[in-house]
Design a protein around this ligand. Structure first.
Ligand code: AMP
Length: 397
């Protein structure tokens, strides 16, 4: 993987079209979680300090090519300004006259946010004309939105073809972290994959068995594997129709020399609710009327031992129904163990994908992980081994 970074860019006096992820959660016109804004601050600050004119490009929600007022980026500009500690101007269009006028008014080091790129259908269609109109307001392109890199859109892929293109610092950190976890990792590499269903993670599992040394499967998806092996899983969440898929993945792992680790015991309950009656049982003793909501104590010990044996860990998905106590126990124990090993300098830990971030935050393990991706879809596609168009475009630039 090779791409240019901000260190390679001559920024002074340049109009720098900077693609960022500002798709932040909002309520009543106020940003409720500024994590995404915080992530792009280093890039904005660096370009600005180097005398570049920072022109922020972003999407917000899914207006599908229409100017939906509720999906305006206008309220996000003051939120960026506050965290940045300097003014952020706003233009009510991302192309055309008003965008051009706002860009023309910029001095070196200024920051400007352009309106939602998805107000134009050309964005998601990656229309060449639309990308050209965006490019008209820039001298160089910086992409700092890894989370949008799995889509070939005008402001991600299209622009990288039209202007000298560079990875922003957050994009760079993400790509370096992911690369060191799967492309050029220190072995043994352990993957921990949990979550609800096999069906949503077939590609991911198939890619991982070809790349990692050990694959721990937990959560609801483990039930499908256990059932395929003849375990009676009672009323557990289980995709019985995917038994063949599970067997195929296990055979592929065998062939690739990847050890698959399934739960050795389970915590079962009779209803999906917090603090409900529960028991830890062996796999041959799962009551027909109960469901497995977490892996048991014996399984936790196995997972910890695998973590101890690994030099690199990639994690996606919880080991149990972590939102409802006490079925968060295995996820918390494994996450804290991995965090401690990372802190000791014995393990590199990379995690990501929707619920995983919430699960690791819940376990208070996030701080000590080497890298946590907040990218969701892009992180999962990367785990699936797919090429991300936004990244490919940077590599070709
Ligand atoms: P995913 O989005 O695929 O990573 O799935 C995350 C969801 O899987 C969480 O909401 C968990 O509550 C759920 N989950 C994990 N383990 C189980 C289980 N054994 N039974 C039911 N749901 C589970």
């Amino acid at each position: 993987m090779s791409f240019k970074t901000l260190s390679d860019a001559d920024l002074k006096g340049k109009r720098v079209l900077t693609r960022v992820d500002l798709n932040v959660p909002m309520k009543d016109g106020k940003v409720t979680d500024a994590t995404r804004i915080e992530r792009v601050l280093p890039t904005i600050k660096e370009i600005s300090a180097a005398g570049g004119k920072v022109i922020l490009l972003a999407h917000f929600g899914r207006p599908k090519g229409a100017k939906v007022p509720e999906m305006s980026l206008a309220p996000v500009a003051p939120a960026v300004a506050e965290l940045l500690g300097k003014p952020v101007a706003f233009a009510d269009d991302c192309i055309g006259e008003s965008a051009k006028a706002a860009v023309d008014a910029m001095a070196e080091g200024d920051v400007l946010l352009l309106e939602n790129t998805r107000y134009y259908a050309g964005e998601e269609k990656n229309d060449a004309e639309f990308a050209k109109e965006l490019a008209a307001n820039g001298d160089i392109f910086v992409n700092d939105a890894f989370s949008a890199a799995h889509r070939a859109h005008g402001s991600t892929e299209g622009l990288a073809k039209l202007l000298p293109a560079f990875a922003g610092r957050t994009m760079q950190a993400e790509l370096e972290a992911l690369g060191s976890a799967l492309s050029t990792p220190e072995r043994p590499v352990l993957a921990v994959v949990g979550g609800a269903k096999v069906s949503s993670k077939i590609d991911l599992l198939e890619n991982l068995v070809s790349k990692v040394d050990i694959l721990v499967i937990g959560g609801g998806m483990a039930n499908t594997f256990l059932a395929a092996k003849g375990v009676n899983v009672g009323k557990s969440l289980c995709e019985h129709d995917l038994a063949d898929t599970a067997n195929r993945i296990m055979a592929a792992a065998d062939k690739a020399g990847c050890e698959i680790v399934l739960p050795a015991d389970a915590v079962v309950a009779w209803e999906f609710a917090a603090n409900t009656k529960n028991e830890t049982v062996a796999l041959d003793a799962i009551p027909a009327d109960a469901m497995m909501l977490d892996v048991g104590a014996a399984s936790i010990e196995v997972v910890k031992a695998k973590i101890d044996a690994a030099k690199t860990l990639v994690w996606n998905g919880p080991l149990g129904a972590f939102e409802i106590a006490p079925f968060d126990k295995a996820t918390v124990a494994a996450a804290q163990h991995a965090a401690a090993r990372t802190k000791e300098g014995k393990l590199k830990t990379v995690a990501g994908g929707g619920d995983t971030v919430a699960a690791l935050n819940h376990a208070k393990a996030s701080e000590d992980f080497s890298y946590i991706s907040t990218a969701g879809g892009a992180f999962l596609e990367w785990l699936e081994g797919k090429e991300l168009p936004g990244v490919v475009a940077l590599e070709k630039a």
